[in-house]
Design a protein around this ligand. Structure first.
Ligand SMILES: C[S@@+](CC[C@H](N)C(=O)[O-])C[C@H]1O[C@@H](n2cnc3c(N)ncnc32)[C@H](O)[C@@H]1O
Length: 250
């Protein structure tokens, strides 16, 4: 309601308009709308991100991609680290990294124009707009580049499972951010097809996964000349992040 905490201790009357607004919001929440969608923002890593109906609501589990990326960035003994994120959404992963890694620049790609607009706004809010460019693209179609760290948290829910998710997700997160096709793997298959052409020699590719898909994703990676470097768990101890490198040929 945009009022000060002190207001709660006072006997100031709430206007009819504010009361109506309040009860309409309560109704929305009772119907499953997440608080973050009501207030149109969500905290992630150490910043606040604007969201709208086009963007996935950032999840704490995805923070493992940020912490892993920050650790890996220390390996590069060079001035500027080039970062790519495929499926950038609100920008929560890429922009958190650009804030934390001093000498870095990034490209954020998403197929949805409105999503890219939100990511741009968040880049300005976090003062990293000079370090980042955004592209509306179907994964890597239509651009070239050479990156040291590549990130993706692609849609990975099996199409048939979406209706069974909690209402906060199934009704309020955009379908394009959730739907991973019949087996949950369709986006991984497309992304892996030519990702190695975008990786510098020592690059790392960090992927968010549904833990039960791990084996399948590793096998897709192998058939595209990438090998597993390490795995990282999310806050509930589940395997959530797979880190790949280009296969080293002897
Ligand atoms: C699971 S969301 C992740 C969003 C954000 N990175 C995060 O972690 O909150 C997946 C994102 O991929 C985008 N996406 C889906 N299909 C795509 C495609 N073919 N090319 C590029 N982006 C795509 C969606 O619009 C969505 O923003």
């Amino acid at each position: 309601m945009n009022i000060d905490d002190k207001y709660l201790l006072s006997d100031i009357k709430v206007s009819k308009r504010k009361q109506d607004e309040f009860f309409s919001i309560i109704k929305d929440r009772a119907n499953g709308k997440p608080v973050s969608r009501i207030i149109k923002k969500r905290n992630f890593w150490n910043s606040e991100f604007c969201i709208n109906d086009s963007t996935l609501d950032p999840r704490p589990d995805s923070e493992v991609l940020v912490s892993s990326g920050i650790e890996l960035a220390k390996i590069f003994i060079k001035k500027e680290i080039n970062i790519l994120e495929l499926g950038v959404g609100s920008g929560c992963i890429l922009l958190s990294l650009l804030k934390e890694i001093h000498f870095s620049n990034g490209i954020g790609v998403d197929i949805d124009f409105n999503t890219v607009m939100v990511a741009k706004k968040n880049a300005c809010n976090l003062n990293v707009e000079k370090k980042v460019k955004f592209l509306v693209s179907n994964w890597t179609n239509g651009f070239k580049g050479n990156f040291d760290l590549i990130f993706s948290n692609p849609p990975y829910i099996k199409s048939d499972d979406i209706k069974n998710l909690q209402i906060e997700v199934s009704k309020f997160d955009p379908i394009i951010a959730l739907d991973g096709g019949k087996d949950g793997l369709s986006c991984y298959k497309k992304i892996f097809k030519n990702i190695k052409n975008y990786m510098s020699n020592n690059a790392f590719f960090l992927l968010e996964i549904e833990p039960c898909l791990s084996k399948h994703v590793v096998s897709i990676a192998k058939s595209n000349d990438l090998e597993l470097f390490s795995t990282q768990n999310d806050l509930s101890g589940q395997k959530r992040c797979l880190i790949f490198q280009k296969l080293k040929k002897n």
